[in-house]
Design a binder for this molecule. Structure first.
Ligand code: ACM
Length: 524
């Protein structure tokens, strides 16, 4: 294995990120030319062939026609059930005589294509016209398959709305790094971002706040400028289809029972107070949470019905984090309901609330996932847990037979600072998650037995956007930390070699530069 890694490091054009399972450098080159075709049988392989063409034809200026069959030196994509690398794995062979990618399924071919792209000069990641004529790549044999099935990145569009065009670019960047989950955090105290036909005020009222905090929370200053935006259902369908074509599952998050102020501003009957609220303008954990009336449960199930129509994802995220119990404690109606249901405290009330959603989603063939607070007061039977307050919640859930996605603050919160020299960084929420910490992260806790560890589906990086006002800033916070996380999630557990990663990362950053990504430069 070490020899393969050294071969990769020694050949700058083969600085592959994430590192494949096995890379064997061979002698010679394959050169793309005016007569090179992409050969694939009609069906799944041909769909991926057209994607490869779209990646390479404009930037090389070569025609690269997609053909059903051809003789000679070409790029061939083949679905081959005997590839033996699992549905997302592939084998890629580059020789003087051509390129062949084999996989058991389209996803594997797609990942083989992502690796093949990285064999070409970085400028092939540029949109626009070719700047050279020699498009040769080194001969190599690669066999590859991912370590984890949940390779995720999260994006909060509630605190700051991100235009659809940026979301599509973000998905392209995820695909380039072989991520397969985009966790789209769509509702927040400070903004509801998804059109719901049955309840139009959610976006008419809930998608616009009158102003935004200026500088850090501690300053208690506001900018006086309205901020808003939402995705129509057509936008959502477009994003989901775009992601699907790139083998990325979009997991939508609709927050409940906390982080609900924008929804309550739109429909006051969902709240606990007899007063009209405005869409949130202050960051943090807010006490205005949903009430527990049957009508509120039905309202949210109606929302989830539309969400399920839009998102084919098996997992539907219902939030569940940071729900203060102050208003529930003070509310005679909530207290009466707790008594009627025989619940001993507000944590059990929250657990009851989540169970209503768990049963509802399960009856529709979906699965609930929520932040680790959903463990409090008892976990709903089919629920999966996203462990963010460290790994304790994930460990407890895995031990009780529930699936887990690791998302701990101290290694995967990409809204945290990347440097201790915070004065030189753009304003961030706080914390410190440098690149090396991400690279060294091991998603399977030592405490788990092999059987329990199977419940750890994978991990994901979080981009909360209180202090991330636009797409360029998302890119700065996400990259290159997402490159390190991609490797944690895709590459074999061993070898873990940070200097070798950095040696591959520098040429990889040239790809990101070509793709117009505003990544944070490496420390000198
Ligand atoms: C979270 O960061 N509140 C999940």
């Amino acid at each position: 294995m070490l020899a393969h890694v050294l071969a990769v490091v020694a050949t700058p054009t083969m600085s592959l990120v994430p590192l494949p399972e096995s890379v064997v450098a061979k002698t010679g080159n394959f050169r793309l030319g005016a007569t090179t075709a992409i050969v694939a049988a009609p069906g799944a392989a041909q769909a991926v062939a057209y994607q490869l063409r779209e990646y390479l034809a404009p930037t090389t200026g070569l025609p690269l026609p997609v053909l059903g069959r051809a003789s000679g030196k070409h790029i061939r994509l083949r679905i081959d059930k005997r590839t033996g690398k699992g549905p997302e794995g592939y084998r890629l062979v580059v020789s003087e005589d051509g390129v062949e990618i084999r996989a058991t399924a389209a996803a594997g071919l797609f990942y083989g294509v992502q690796t093949l792209r990285q064999l070409f000069p970085a400028e092939t990641f540029r949109a626009g016209f070719p700047t050279r004529t020699d498009w040769s790549i080194p001969a190599v044999e690669i066999a590859d398959t991912p370590r984890f099935g949940w390779r995720g990145m999260h994006l909060d569009v509630g605190r700051h709305f991100m235009p659809k065009e940026f979301v599509l670019k973000f998905i392209d960047l995820l695909a380039m790094h072989k991520f397969n989950v985009f966790h789209w955090h769509l509702t927040e105290d400070q903004g509801w971002r998804i059109e719901i036909k049955k309840y139009p005020l959610l976006t008419e009222v809930g998608s616009i706040r009158k102003e935004t905090m200026l500088g850090h929370y501690g300053n208690q200053k506001w900018d006086g400028k309205p901020h808003g935006g939402f995705y129509t259902q057509d936008d959502i369908r477009e994003v989901v289809a775009y992601a699907q074509a790139r083998h990325i599952n979009v997991v939508p998050e609709i927050e409940m029972p906390g982080h609900a102020q924008a929804a309550i501003a739109a429909y006051p009957e969902l709240g606990n107070l007899d007063k009209k609220l405005e869409v949130g303008t202050t960051w943090g954990v807010i006490e205005n949470v949903f009430n527990v009336e049957d009508s509120t449960i039905s309202f949210l199930q109606d929302v989830l019905t539309e969400v399920m129509d839009l998102f084919p994802s098996k997992f539907i995220h219902i939030g569940g984090d940071e729900c203060p119990k102050t208003q529930w404690k003070a509310s005679p109606k909530v207290q009466e309901k707790m008594k009627k249901l025989g619940l001993k405290d507000e944590h059990e009330m929250q657990s009851w609330f989540i169970r209503q959603m768990d049963t509802f989603l399960a009856n529709k063939g979906r699965r609930l996932i929520g932040w680790d607070e959903i463990l409090e007061g008892g976990l709903a039977p089919g629920a999966a847990v996203m462990s963010w307050r460290g790994e304790a919640g994930g460990i407890a859930a895995a031990r009780s037979g529930h699936d887990v996605v690791m998302a701990p603050t101290d290694t995967t919160y990409f809204d945290y600072y990347q440097s201790r020299d915070t004065a030189k960084e753009p304003l961030a929420i706080g914390g410190f998650v440098p690149l090396k910490t991400v690279y060294d992260y091991e998603p399977i806790p030592d405490e788990l037995t092999a059987a329990e560890a199977k419940h750890v589906l994978g991990a994901q990086g979080q981009l909360w956007t209180e202090y991330i006002p636009n797409g360029k800033q998302v890119e700065y916070m996400a990259f290159p930390r997402a490159c390190a996380l991609a490797e944690v999630l895709w590459s074999p557990k061993a070898p873990r070699d940070y200097p070798a990663f950095l040696a591959r990362l520098s040429p990889h950053l040239a790809r990101l530069k070509s793709a117009d990504v505003n990544f944070r430069p490496l420390d000198k």
